[in-house]
Design a protein around this ligand. Sequence first.
Ligand code: IVH
Length: 706
Amino acid sequence: MSKAKVEKPVDRLTPAAAKLEAKRLAEQIARHDLLYHQKDTPKIGDADYDALKRRLLAIEARFPDLKPKDSPTGAVGAAPAQGFAKVTHARPMLSLENAFDEVDLRDFFAGVRRFFVKPEDVKLVEPDAIALVAEPKIDGLSATLRYEHGRLVRGATRGDGAVGEDVTANLATIADIPKQLRDLAAPAVVEVRGEVYMTRADFLTLNRAREAADGAVFANPRNSAAGSVRHLDSTITAGRKLSFFAYTWGELSQPVADTQWKFLQQLKAWGFRINPEARRIVGIDAALAYQRALGERRAELPYDIDGVVYKIDRIDLQERLGQVSRAPRWALAHKFPAEQAQTVLNRISIQVGRTGALTPVAELEPVNVGGVVVSRATLHNEDEIRRKDIRPGDTVTIQRAGDVIPQIVAVIEARRPKGSAPFQFPETCPDCGSAAPRVEGEAIRRCTGGLVCPAQAVERLRHFVSRDAFDIEGLGEERIRLFFDDGSVKGPADLFALESRDRASLTPLSAREGWGATSARKLFDAIAERRRIGLDRFIYALGIRQVGQATAKLLARNYGSLLAWRAAMDRAAGDPEGDDYRNLVAIDQIGDKVAADILAFFAEPHNRAALDALAAAITVEDFAAPAAADSPVAGKTVVFTGTLTTMSRPEAKARAEALGAKVAGSVSKKTDYVVAGADAGSKATKAAELGVQVLSEEEWVKLVGG
Ligand code: IVH
């Protein structure tokens, strides 16, 4: 469509111009729909029709108010919000057996030959006589398209091969997918299958735009194609440039061809794109030559491929061969070896994720690996670096294997510079300087400066103000990011200084874009309301690893006040054998691992400073035992052991807590009562040793009043 060339980009349209154009487009689409569906006399090609629809979708995506209820894009945008409907494939969508070298390839065809016994069939599949269709194996995702009486009625993903997802609306936005078969004499039911993919050029354009917008780039063209096809909002899919090659069939109400090759020609006649590299070849040697030649031109192709697919040409032979488990006996994927290259590792940088995990990244001297310039590779974690003894300055072999981010396969030790030393993984966070210890049993180091670390700050602040924590209304991620980026909120205590600082500011919040006097006032009020907070909420808000609401409550109940908790944690950190540590891990459900995370939090000076600042800005209320203070067990520490008969352990525990008791998991000097059910073991013995009062279940029930 020549008009498309002079079209103004949608993001530069004024609302008035957009309105006019949306109306014009809707009318055009409606007219073409009519010509197409009811009169069978389309006046424009599918590509032009799709272009009209894509443009309308893009306009509606930018100006949602312009979208009328009966918009021709309506059906497309109607995907259920929870996910896609399931589609059971009439014929399963199979996968392929892989061959990695000539031996595998010859083995496969030897198996095919053994399958046949009649000499005339065996002759057809001799190594130098077998007729095959060879074509590239596209690195995309397969899709199946159902046409009834020539009309596209449903498109689905492969899913697990038996059941896929209904992504009709999304697939319908792809220009290469005809909405109507060109041949009116096509069988009543035709299911066409093929590969949805994104060209490398379209992938790079998309990623550049994403990088500029929010930095969330796709790892490779296949992921971006899959993400686009499976996006719940088809207006997003419509904005992505996806392509499609058709290569096989599913359900057919009547046979279409007697060979694979003829079927491909039929697909072309129906209006599909088939891969221009597809060839009908004869003999295994020709197959090997095809694969080798394509491998050499791999980087020149506009899309990623990871091998070649061979299919036995004669469909009657295909049918007799059938399938083994989930792959046909008549087709084979001949993979290319993983693409490797050598380059120099300039340095190892450390990235800090939103949860504080430190991830090492190899910064490489840029190198071309199979047509893609690679300058970074993942190093996984500290152990991986040590295991492979990877050092900055090393020459390394890197590999790009299909969908994964490049990896370092090995170090070429002979080329190691003199005087190099093993890499020392940092023990502190490169972003905030806080300690980054390794959690026992995990391969990763984690920054403990959650409250102050810029890499984690926004996420932590979001948690801090969330409903179950400080519950500050009107402070979503976007606003937090705004305050963080302009420097007004670096840590949680800064929230409480926002208003006073704002009064002194030259550009008060109320004068900023998107704000007014009312919204600023509302936010300040919402913050001020939370200057008093209960200890349990406060602890939860700190976002200490593994300290969720339940654990925060346990801590609050056990220590009562912020002051007492802090002091006890300081002492526990100083003496892991001492009473304070033992009391901490004696709390039911707090073990060594949770304790380690809590103590790591307190050990970090940045966190202590953040706590001091908070304590100065707000009032943390002591934990109020929910039960009447005159309950006989209020404030007492109780341990349950053995099997209880009148109630379950969780119920006993809940009841005790409701009466203001603290329930501990192990017996210590601080325990007031051990309630011993049937078969009570070592805990009852220990209680006796320590002189702790042991109650029978009956006595306990009597004590707490039935
Ligand atoms: S034929 C029964 N042809 O490879 C045959 N598959 O590993 C079904 N693929 O799920 C597949 N390019 O997504 C065939 N030219 C091609 C292909 C191709 C890519 C994918 C397809 C399939 C996977 C199996």
